[in-house]
Design a protein around this ligand. Structure first.
Ligand code: UDP
Length: 244
């Protein structure tokens, strides 16, 4: 959507004061829920996301079971109060799509072959939404999976880059998402840079696409460090408690 809003000032700053290559502020906490097997609370700019993992547990109904590996079922949900105009509760086309792409991305890193006939369920609840919720949700889900002790090849991570006023920038905010030219959310396995998810909204030239991809990749690596720090913090405090 085009608008008269100026998304980049003459000094090259974005609406929230960020430079083109800056991420919004990110805060991650692992193990925040007591009844889930693993959980994570994540804030990413104005996004607030909670992820809870259950399993591996017997998949029900039984016809959903795979005798060779576990099924990974992510369910992305936006709370009715998470957006400006109240969102109608329950699944819609968008949330079904996001649940599917996140499930597929997580399945690529989880060692599903260890748990035949099981289900690993990942609930992602968006409490406050300000663009980039699929990246925030996937990154929170990854930490919750580690917290649940699910064996994985790597800790997946997601981040987006986009284009506003013809310029490639990292991590679009709400107005930038609404009035910008393009958005490119990706998820990777940071150890190998294998791409687990790649979606694109809007138009890039090939050169812009390459720039945006490289920028999103760098963003993923920054978020990955924050994820690892959150996991270490949780387990260092557990070790300290046990030692006491
Ligand atoms: N949004 C909204 N109502 C909706 C869906 C989305 O207000 O029903 C807002 C919300 O802030 C979201 C943003 O639009 O974060 C961008 O949505 P998009 O589909 O691009 O996914 P996201 O960037 O959150 O992964």
């Amino acid at each position: 959507m085009k608008s008269d809003i100026k998304l980049i000032t003459d000094e090259g700053k974005r609406l929230d004061g960020r430079g083109p290559h800056d991420l919004r502020k990110i805060k991650i906490e692992a193990g925040v829920l007591h009844r889930a097997d693993g959980s994570c609370y994540l804030e990413w700019g104005g996004n607030k996301v909670l992820a809870a993992v259950y399993g591996p547990r017997e998949a029900v109904p039984r016809h959903t079971q795979n005798p060779l590996k576990a099924i990974v079922q992510a369910r992305y949900n936006m709370a009715a109060f998470s957006v400006e105009d109240r969102k109608r509760p329950g699944p819609d086309r968008r949330s079904v799509e996001i649940s599917k792409v996140i499930s597929e991305a997580l399945e690529k890193v989880i060692l599903t072959e260890y748990f035949p006939r099981a289900s690993i369920d990942v609930n992602i609840e968006v409490l406050d939404a300000e663009a980039g919720t699929r990246c925030a949700g996937l990154s929170a889900a990854a930490v919750a999976l580690v917290d649940a002790g699910i064996p994985m090849r790597d800790i997946p991570v997601a981040c987006a880059a986009g284009k506003i006023e013809g310029q490639v920038v990292l991590d679009l905010g709400k107005e930038e998402d609404n009035f910008g030219d393009a958005d490119l959310p990706i998820a990777i396995s940071p150890r190998t840079d294998e791409v687990l998810l790649l979606q694109m909204d809007g138009h890039f030239t090939v050169n812009e696409f390459n720039q945006a991809f490289d920028l999103a990749l760098k963003g993923c690596h920054t978020v990955s460090e924050i994820q690892k720090k959150a996991i270490l913090e949780k387990y260092q405090s557990v070790v300290a408690e046990v030692q006491e």
